[in-house]
Ligand binder design. Sequence first.
Ligand code: NAD
Length: 281
Amino acid sequence: MGAKILDGKLLAGQLKQQLQGAIEDLRNINRIVSVVSITVGSNTSSSSYLKSQKKIAQELGIQYQELNFSDAIRQGDFLNQIQQINQDHKVHGVIINKPLPNFIDYSVLVNHLDPIKDIEGLGERNLGRLLLGKSSLVPCTAAATLALLKSSDVILKGKEAVIIGRSEIVGKPVALLLLKQDMTVTICHSKTENLEEHIHRADIVVAAVGRKRFVQGAWIKPGAIVVDVGINEENGKIVGDVDFDSCQEKASFISPVPGGVGPVTAVMLMRNALEALKRSL
Ligand code: NAD
């Protein structure tokens, strides 16, 4: 069949244009969106997530500061730093980047963050509000997945979605967002039996497995939409969780890796930062 591409770079460009105007308007009343991105240790500069955060913030005129802590930092000191940022009215959004040392508990940190500054939307308050269908800062990768699906212009309501992966960062929030679109949602995971049968039923497949080229074309219902969230390294290149070549023969739309969910995710992060500033006013 030859699926159409869900072009994340194109969509990211369109979304950036939409944000630009709102950011300009705020700048004109002396409100500058400001983000702090926290990293720990020295081996962080190669992270593609970090690079795209910086690049997009720069393009949008968002103030972006990287705060790098020593990998010997203790959890208590980390919490104190977060407390200070919580009280700093000039900072609207905070990103806590991984990896973190294994003696640091990410969930404690993210829940110490003022929910209004939790622009990754990963604290209990924002995830809980998402569960309840209330407005919240939505986890960026999930928001990007939905935005890519919508860019297909296919009506989502009533469709059967199968999500592979049940993480708090991707799988579960994607499921909640798709449920809110009135889709019928199944979450599959490592203990799911008959995975292929579930996938074969799906009008929409979202792969967030963390295993390269895992989803095979033979499993895909003809005409389904496939969104690949995966980021896996292979010989210095990034590959997705979907076997692109075999899946694109069956699907009607497919998102590539790279150039699919990734670029849109970084824009969603900055959209949340803008939203955080608006909420702080
Ligand atoms: P994770 O490791 O937390 O979760 C993986 C999920 O896949 C788990 O729920 C597990 O049950 C499921 N799984 C593992 N093996 C399976 C199998 N054989 N069958 C069915 N399910 C199986 O990973 P994550 O943080 O959710 O990330 C998933 C992927 O998305 C990774 O490739 C990650 O790099 C990528 N990611 C991309 C973005 C982005 O912005 N594009 C953001 C976050 C994560």
